[in-house]
Design a binder for this molecule. Structure first.
Ligand SMILES: NC(=O)C1=CN([C@@H]2O[C@H](COP(=O)(O)OP(=O)(O)OC[C@H]3O[C@@H](n4cnc5c(N)ncnc54)[C@H](O)[C@@H]3O)[C@@H](O)[C@H]2O)C=CC1
Ligand SMILES: CC(C)CC(=O)C(=O)O
Ligand SMILES: [Mg+2]
Length: 360
C-alpha cells in the first residue's frame, strides 16, 4: 500500500516587473524538487502590489491575504514600478507588501550573503577582501520606521516615526542569538544609538538578552554608518548581523556589492505560521519583460522555503544545482553571461533532477 506524499500548499505571488519572470523559475525548480524528492506542492497564484491594484484596487487584495494565511508557505517575486508612483501613499504596491509581512507575523527577515572565490572575481570590490564572505543579516521586518505612527505628509512638511518596543527587540534578538550559536558564536548588532532613542533602547535590550540568555555568544555593537563602511571594506569580520527594519534594508542592498549583484541574494521572513520567501531585490523596471533578470536570488529563496518546510535534502540539492550553474553556466547578464532568465532557471531545474547529484 503506498502512502500519500507529503503535500505543501504554496501561495505564489509573482507581483510586478521582473517578479513574474523570476517567480516562474523558482516555481519550476520547486516542481523539479517535488518530482525528485517525492513530495507534492499545491500552488495557487494571486495578485499583489501593482498587480493587486490593477485587479482589485488594493495592493493586498483580501483573497490574496486569505490564501497566504491558509498556505504552508508564501513565495513573492517583487512589487512596485513607476506606473503606480502616483497612487495614494497607503495604496502604493510596497505598502501591500508591508501589510502582508505584518499580517503573516513575519518579523524575522533572514538575508544570507555568501561569496565564493569564483564570485569574488566578479565583485566590484577587491576579490581578496570579499572571497569567503559568509554573513547572515537578521533584519527586524514588521516594526520600526516603515510601520511607525504617526506618519504624515502635508504641503509643508512630512514625518515618519521610528518606534520599537522592548518585546519587538527581544524577539528579534533571540532569533539572531540562536543563529549566532548555530554558526560562529559571534553577533554584531547594528544601530544608531548615539542619536536615536529607538536605537538606544535597541542596544540596551540586545545587551541584556545576550548577557542573561546567551552568555556564550560574543556580542559587539556597531553604529550603522561604521557598519556600512566595514561591510564593504572588511566583510569577513561579520558572521550574524542583527538590525532594525530600515538599516537592514539598506545594509542588505549594500552587501549585494560583495557578490556584485542583487540577483543572487535570497531571503526568508519567519515568525508566523507560514514563512514568506522572496528575493532581496525589487521589481527592476529597468530590465523587466526582457528575460534579463537573474532568477538565482528567487531560486535560492525557494531553497530557504524548502528548509522551512523540512525538505532539507531538496534545499541542499537546489543550492548544489545553483553552484553548478554558477560554475558552468548558463549565466545571466548581471553575471557576465547572455542567458535568458528562463534558460538559467531551466538549467537549475535540470541539475536538481540530474542523477549525478547526490540525492535518491
Ligand atoms: N521586495 C520588493 O518587492 C521590493 C520592491 N522594490 C520596488 O521595486 C521598484 C524598483 O526599485 P529599485 O530601487 O530600482 O530596486 P531594484 O532592486 O528593483 O533594482 C536595483 C538594480 O538592481 C538590478 N536588479 C534587481 N534585481 C535584479 C535581478 N534579479 N537580476 C539582475 N539585476 C537585478 C536592477 O536592474 C536595478 O539596476 C520600486 O518600485 C521599489 O519600491 C524595491 C525593493 C524591494
Ligand atoms: C517594502 C519593500 C519595498 C522594502 C524593501 O526594499 C525590502 O524589503 O527590501
Ligand atoms: Mg530593499
Amino acid at each position: 500500500m503506498s502512502s500519500a506524499p507529503r503535500t505543501y500548499s504554496l501561495a505564489l505571488l509573482p507581483g510586478d516587473g521582473v517578479g513574474p519572470e523570476v517567480t516562474a523559475e523558482a516555481a519550476r525548480v520547486l516542481d523539479a524538487c517535488a518530482a525528485a524528492f517525492g513530495f507534492a506542492i499545491e500552488t495557487s497564484e494571486h495578485p499583489v502590489g501593482g498587480a493587486g491594484l490593477d485587479a482589485d484596487n488594493d495592493p493586498l487584495p483580501r483573497a490574496t491575504l486569505d490564501a497566504c494565511l491558509d498556505a504552508d508557505a508564501v513565495f513573492l517575486g517583487a512589487v512596485g514600478g513607476p506606473q503606480w508612483d502616483g497612487v495614494d501613499a497607503d495604496l502604493r504596491p510596497e505598502r501591500g507588501l508591508l501589510r502582508l509581512r505584518a499580517r503573516l507575523g513575519a518579523f524575522a527577515n533572514l538575508r544570507p550573503v555568501a561569496v565564493s572565490e569564483a564570485l569574488a572575481e566578479r565583485s566590484p570590490l577587491r576579490p581578496e577582501r570579499v572571497a569567503g564572505t559568509d554573513l547572515l543579516i537578521v533584519r527586524e521586518l514588521t516594526g520600526g520606521i516603515y510601520f511607525g505612527r504617526p506618519r504624515e505628509r502635508t504641503e509643508t512638511e512630512a514625518y515618519d516615526t521610528m518606534r520599537y518596543s522592548v518585546t519587538e527587540i527581544e524577539r528579534i534578538a533571540r532569533v539572531a542569538f540562536e543563529w549566532a550559536q548555530k554558526r560562529s558564536g559571534r553577533l554584531t548588532s547594528v544601530d544608531k544609538a548615539n542619536v536615536l532613542a529607538s536605537s538606544a533602547l535597541w542596544r540596551d535590550v540586545v545587551s541584556r538578552i545576550g548577557a542573561d540568555e546567551y552568555p556564550d555568544v560574543a556580542l559587539e555593537h556597531l553604529y550603522v554608518d561604521n557598519a556600512a563602511m566595514q561591510v564593504v571594506c572588511d566583510p569577513r569580520r561579520f558572521d550574524v548581523v542583527v538590525t532594525g527594519n530600515l538599516f537592514g534594508d539598506v545594509l542588505s542592498d549594500l552587501a549585494a556589492t560583495l557578490p556584485g549583484t542583487l540577483g543572487l541574494l535570497p531571503s526568508a521572513s519567519l515568525g508566523g505560521r507560514a514563512g514568506l520567501f522572496e528575493p532581496v531585490h525589487g521589481s527592476a523596471p529597468d530590465i523587466a519583460g526582457r528575460g534579463l533578470a537573474n532568477p538565482l536570488a528567487a531560486i535560492l529563496s525557494a531553497a530557504m522555503l524548502l528548509d522551512a518546510v523540512d525538505e532539507a535534502e531538496a534545499a541542499t540539492a537546489v543550492r548544489q544545482a545553483v553552484e553548478s550553474v554558477l560554475d558552468d553556466g548558463p549565466l545571466p547578464p548581471d553575471l557576465g553571461g547572455d542567458a535568458h532568465t528562463a534558460d538559467v532557471g531551466a538549467a537549475v531545474a535540470d541539475a536538481v533532477a540530474s542523477p549525478t547529484l547526490s540525492h535518491p
